[in-house]
Ligand binder design. Structure first.
Ligand code: ZN
Length: 382
């Protein structure tokens, strides 16, 4: 039966009202359940209710509690006065009915972290909304596990976008108490697990079947299953040019895309169309590495684009300076870059089909390629 109470607690934690249980709700619980959850620390008794549902009229009217001295010295009795029906008047309220218990959200996060069994502790990412509850190693995947309350609430987007650690995680797994959002603001979240289906109470402790998590991680981040998906284009309003676009590498696998200072979404290399399809494991291809290299260059003041490219005239001079071998190697280098930039252009155009013009331009007199959009990377990647 504890399972049912645990479920009620999770649903309450995920509801948009204050997560409080009244006596009227708790009295239906099996004997000893309240104590079990108080001992676990998931519930905490708080100040008594100032009003309770009047049980005189049957209309369920909420009435303020009044206190009067009882017949004996020091005795206090609680009453409500029904305002729904005049013939009822004052009704006595048993003392337990004003008791209330609040779901202790930080303790819920702690218990989930304990259930992961890694003893890594809990980090608050957004107060009372998002916690990092630990990490799991699944094959070669290092996955960060987060708990989020109110993932289906209206403010979810702003809460998530202000949570850098969640946004920056390369492989996040998100746990929600009960309600799965229909649309999640960041697309790097591949799997969302509902705890009402997975969390159990066993011998007075909260347990989470780690096999479920591993299965979810396997499904989300691959291993045997290949994730082959077409690239979903990002549509932009008319008037938006390449200059309005920022592609920002938050880490080696994920970029944040902004259009005109507004964060549009996060994508990993697969969603960007840079998966190396020749390999069974999910790794980015060479072009992705080049895009990262480019991002690192544009971040520095000395380079305002790619300076690898050499035109034939420069190469001819190089030939005279360096000899035949260097000349040939430089030619190959130039051809390789021409090729790669061509492929990068094709992919970027497919990603932003509404934007006209060239995403990467060649600056003849400086002998360098330059991106027409902003391309940056997290300072930690350098
Ligand atoms: Zn009433």
């Amino acid at each position: 039966m504890s399972q049912d109470v645990l479920r009620q607690i999770l649903i309450k934690a995920d509801s948009q009202v204050e997560p409080i249980f009244t006596w009227d709700e708790v009295k239906a619980w099996p004997e000893g359940e309240l104590d079990t959850f108080l001992k676990l620390g998931l519930l905490q008794e708080i100040s008594p209710a100032k009003s309770v549902i009047c049980d005189g009229c049957g209309d369920g009217c909420l009435e303020p509690v009044e206190y009067l001295d009882g017949p004996h010295v020091g005795q206090v009795r609680a009453y409500v006065v029904c305002r729904s029906r005049e013939d009822i008047g004052r009704i006595e309220v048993i003392p337990e009915r004003v008791k209330r218990w609040k779901v202790c959200l930080s303790e819920l996060a702690q218990k989930i972290s304990d259930a992961l069994g890694e003893n890594l502790g809990v980090q608050i990412i957004a107060t009372d909304r998002i916690w990092w509850v630990g990490s799991l190693q699944h094959g070669k995947h290092h996955v960060d596990v987060f708990l989020m309350l109110g993932a289906a609430w209206n403010d979810c987007e702003s809460v998530v976008l202000n949570s850098g650690q969640l946004r920056g995680a390369s492989k996040p797994l998100l746990l929600v108490p009960h309600t799965e959002p229909t649309r999640f603001p960041i697309t790097i979240i591949k799997r969302i697990i509902r705890l009402t289906q997975q969390l159990n109470l066993n011998k007075g402790a909260i347990v989470l079947d780690r096999r479920i998590l591993h299965a979810a991680i396997g499904e989300a981040y691959g291993g045997r299953t290949r994730r082959v998906q077409p690239v979903v284009p990002i549509h932009t309003q008319s008037g938006i040019t390449w200059r309005d676009i920022l592609i920002y590498f938050v880490n080696e696998e994920t970029v944040r895309i902004e259009v005109g200072d507004k964060i549009v979404e996060h994508r990993d290399f697969i969603e960007m169309g840079f998966r190396d399809n020749r390999k069974s494991i999910e790794t980015p291809d060479q072009l992705w590495e080049h895009l990262i290299a480019l991002a690192k260059l544009s971040g520095s003041k000395e380079y305002r684009g790619i300076s690898y490219h050499r035109d034939k005239k420069t190469i001819k001079n190089m030939n005279e300076e360096m000899g035949r071998q260097a000349y040939n190697s430089a030619l190959r280098d130039a051809a390789m870059w021409k090729d790669r930039v061509g492929n990068l252009r094709t992919r970027l155009r497919a990603l932003f089909p509404d934007i006209k013009g060239n995403p990467i331009t060649y600056c003849g007199w400086e002998h360098l390629y330059q991106t027409a959009f902003h391309l940056e990377c997290d300072p930690g990647m350098n």
